[in-house]
Design a protein around this ligand. Structure first.
Ligand SMILES: Nc1nc2c(ncn2[C@@H]2O[C@H](COP(=O)(O)OP(=O)(O)OP(=O)(O)O)[C@@H](O)[C@H]2O)c(=O)[nH]1
Ligand SMILES: [Mg+2]
Length: 453
């Protein structure tokens, strides 16, 4: 049974849509400003935003979302503009959507459905496709009745396929339940397979790129690793996590992982469904938390990223905050409020290459702070490990003695453990004394500068 036989979230196909939402009382922004992100979401899902409308109120009406006067106004705008749909900035209950559609007579798409639609369009790997399908099925389940009411009103309409009637709703419900369990099983199987892969990964320092969607995570990954991942001015371009080796200046290689972007009010079904993928990506030694520093919403976006990280139990992971798109910031004092929130943040422009040295320095400093610094003696019989040590650890100094190579290293506990198991040993004090101190005359060619940290 294929997904599209059961669920069918509605894609834009160029449909003109009126966007609407709620804003707090006294919010000075125009409707277009307040719904700016929704507009980008709508465009990414192939809708053509044809107008924006907001209502200032504290809470949504439990039945109709907008107040009744405002709903009439929306119906009038839809009628005059001949719009094919309306799009709500929030997730609606099935009942709210039903009442809105009854009033305005065109399909009402809520934020969750829109995001599910985009995820569906962008999913590439079998795992991402299944995760999106699972989220879409769970979204669809409580909405079957509404879809059917629609079908009975306008034949051949949207949503569920097949004949009409209550009985059919039960049939579809059973189909969805069966599909949910088979998709869940399949996802579990892929996750277990991946867990085994991760467990077998080399003992390298890992860095995960996380942050708000469209911040430039994939662009940075491409710049640093020539990964060739898709980066574009659309929301949720990346759904699959991807890991590439990144050679830091100085020679040490770390692993860099690109992840799915976060967004305000992500549908909970999607967060649940992508939980495992994200958690796997977040088995990192360091997070690069990225936002578009030129966005007026940057502070709020940082807050959202924090919330999502907390929900993934990754709130306490060490991090470097990266403010991107510096080329679009008119005056660097515009970044002051962000630096107040994140004093150690690094400002960069992936596009122009600004701030890359600062980024490298922040990362190296971080590695230096968390990793053990030890001097080991690598006997000549274990020389075959030299290449691996130079690639995976920061080599602060190397000095050859009769017994072997005396190295001052900064390395992960896992790598150190393996080196010790394969013949290296922690250098004794008298052995360490054989190595000349830095800058001491006569250190000569024996002493090679290492990875540096
Ligand atoms: N002006 C400017 N644009 C940038 C910069 N870095 C990235 N972009 C643009 O921002 C858009 C989004 O970039 P991506 O790298 O796809 O962003 P992302 O964070 O991976 O986004 P998702 O995968 O959707 O979460 C693209 O159009 C990039 O060309 C920058 O430093 N300056
Ligand atoms: Mg991306």
């Amino acid at each position: 049974m294929k997904n599209e036989n059961i669920v069918n979230t509605r894609s834009g196909h160029g449909t003109e849509a009126i966007l609407f939402g709620l804003v707090p009382m006294g919010d000075p922004r125009t409707a277009a400003e307040a719904l700016n992100e929704l507009q980008l979401l709508a465009e990414t899902a192939d809708f053509v935003p044809a107008g924006c409308m907001v209502q200032h109120r504290r809470h949504a009406d439990p039945h109709t979302y907008l107040g009744s006067g405002k709903l009439d106004e929306l119906a009038e705008v839809v009628r005059l503009a001949h719009s094919g749909a309306v799009i709500c900035d929030d997730s609606l209950t099935p009942n709210q959507a039903k009442h809105i559609e009854a009033a305005i007579k065109v399909p009402c798409i809520d934020r969750s459905e829109l995001i599910l639609q985009i995820f569906g369009m962008h999913a590439r790997s079998p795992q991402a496709k299944l995760q999106v399908e699972l989220a879409a099925l769970q979204y669809e389940m409580p909405r079957l009745r509404r879809r059917w009411t629609h079908l009975e009103r306008q034949r051949g309409g949207i949503g569920v396929r097949g004949g009409a009637g209550e009985k059919q709703i039960d049939v579809d419900r059973n189909l969805i339940r069966t599909r949910i369990s088979s998709v869940s099983r399949e996802i579990k199987r892929i996750e277990q397979h991946k867990e085994r892969e991760v467990a077998g990964r080399p003992d390298m320092f890992t860095i995960a790129l996380v942050g708000y969607t469209n911040a430039g995570k994939s662009s940075l990954m491409n710049r640093l690793t020539e990964a060739g991942v898709l980066a574009e001015n659309k929301l949720f371009s990346t759904l699959d996590t991807r890991t590439r080796p990144w050679r830091l200046p100085g020679g040490r290689t770390v692993l860099l992982t690109d992840t799915v972007g976060f967004l305000r009010k992500l549908p909970h079904q999607l967060v649940a469904s992508f939980h495992a993928t994200l958690q796997e990506a977040l088995h990192a030694d360091l997070l690069l938390v990225m936002v578009d520093g030129s966005s007026p919403e940057a502070a709020e976006q940082l807050h959202t990223v924090d919330e999502v990280l907390d929900s993934l139990d990754a709130g306490d992971l060490p991090r470097v905050t990266v403010l991107n798109k510096l080329d679009q910031v008119r005056d660097s004092s515009d970044l002051a409020p962000l630096w107040q929130i994140e004093p150690g943040a690094v400002a960069i422009s992936v596009l122009r290459g600004d701030g890359m040295d600062d980024l490298h320095a922040a990362i190296q400093q971080h590695i230096a702070a968390v990793e053990n610094r030890v001097e080991i003696l690598l006997p000549h019989t274990s020389r075959y490990l030299l290449g691996e040590i130079r690639a995976k650890a920061s080599v602060l100094s190397e000095f050859y003695t009769e017994e072997g190579c005396l190295m001052e290293l900064q390395a992960s506990p896992a790598l150190l453990g393996r080196l010790l198991a394969e013949g290296a040993r922690v250098a004794a004090a008298d052995e360490r004394a054989k190595a000349p101190a830095p800058n001491e005359p006569g250190t000569g060619d024996d002493r090679q500068p290492g990875g540096g940290a």
